[in-house]
Design a protein around this ligand. Structure first.
Ligand SMILES: NC(=O)c1ccc[n+]([C@@H]2O[C@H](COP(=O)([O-])OP(=O)(O)OC[C@H]3O[C@@H](n4cnc5c(N)ncnc54)[C@H](O)[C@@H]3O)[C@@H](O)[C@H]2O)c1
Length: 269
């Protein structure tokens, strides 16, 4: 039997990239999936592509902005009316907005907070209310980033939202534990997606070079983590942020010429 047979999951920001692959893997594993994107046409095309691959009507498309709480609630309500249940929600939608601190605008800041923090918070709240009503041992997965744990140049405001999401996992885990609902976050390093390759065509090689595991992350790596956190096997894990970064956050830069650099290994004590 497939791992998520008879389960229903909702994933936001899933027309392309990480969210799309999470939807695809859930559908392959037998789940009914709500695929959300702010771009309704993109959501429909993405759902149709996965349905064709799995050979059944597994995925329902929902076009809405996660910052619009009323629209998010209506989306969950429609999905549950079709499937009768909700087992997991992945609040994946997030804007990656580069900009240096000294010139960052209030408008960009407000939009970033609305999508990344307000969107994740109320996606999680809406999911939790349904899971509690249905007495389902639910799973909520949030999407943080390595930039929420470590300072990254020109991603300050974004990093603040991703740090907030790490804390969101902890506080929601505390409040929802009594209902047997777990809440965890995933913290991806640089992941190869349509967007990141457009930003840097050499992203794959550039990031492999500074990653201990010597390769760059792919959407499959993040989807695998999301499916694990949504699985029954993860029932005793809650309030955590899982780094999925090939070890990037484990290292500290060394000064040029430091005796512990590999090129000076003959001098190692
Ligand atoms: N790709 C990476 O390297 C990386 C690294 C760390 C964290 N993340 C996080 O992972 C998540 C997914 O990243 P990605 O690179 O796959 O995303 P992306 O930027 O490629 O966007 C994915 C989709 O989200 C949709 N979207 C944007 N705003 C939305 C909104 N308000 N409501 C609903 N949908 C919306 C977009 O239309 C797009 O189709 C984000 O939260 C991002 O911050 C990504």
């Amino acid at each position: 039997m497939s791992k998520f047979q008879n389960k229903a999951v909702l994933v936001t920001g899933a027309g392309v990239g990480i969210g799309y692959e999470i939807c695809r893997q859930f559908a392959v594993e037998g789940a009914a999936v709500a695929l959300n994107d702010i771009d309704a046409d993109l959501a429909s095309q993405a759902a149709a592509r996965i349905n064709q691959e799995v050979g059944r009507e597994a995925v329902y498309a929902y076009g809405c902005d996660v910052a619009d709480v009323a629209a998010v609630r209506a989306m969950f309500s429609d999905f549950v009316s079709k499937n009768g249940r909700l087992d997991a929600a992945v609040a994946n939608a997030g804007l990656t907005n580069f900009g240096e601190f000294l010139t960052y605008t209030p408008e960009a800041f407000d939009r970033l907070m609305s999508v990344n923090l307000r969107g994740s918070y109320f996606t999680a709240q809406t999911a939790a209310l349904i899971m509690i009503e249905q007495r389902i041992s639910g799973r909520i997965v949030l999407m943080s980033s390595v930039t929420g744990g470590q300072a990254f140049l020109n991603l300050g405001a974004y990093g603040v939202t991703k740090a907030g999401i790490r804390h969101m996992a902890k506080v929601l885990a505390l409040e929802l534990g009594r209902y047997d609902i777990t809440v965890n976050a995933i913290s991806p390093g640089l992941i190869i997606t349509e967007r990141t390759v457009t930003d840097d065509p050499n992203a794959e090689a550039n990031w492999a070079e500074v990653t201990p595991i010597r390769r760059t992350g792919h959407v499959e790596d993040i989807a695998a983590a999301a499916l694990f956190l949504a699985s029954p096997e993860a029932r005793h894990i809650t309030g955590q942020t899982l780094e999925v970064d090939g070890g990037w956050t484990t290292i500290s830069p060394l000064p040029v010429g430091h005796p512990d650099k590999p090129e000076f290994s003959s001098q190692l004590r």
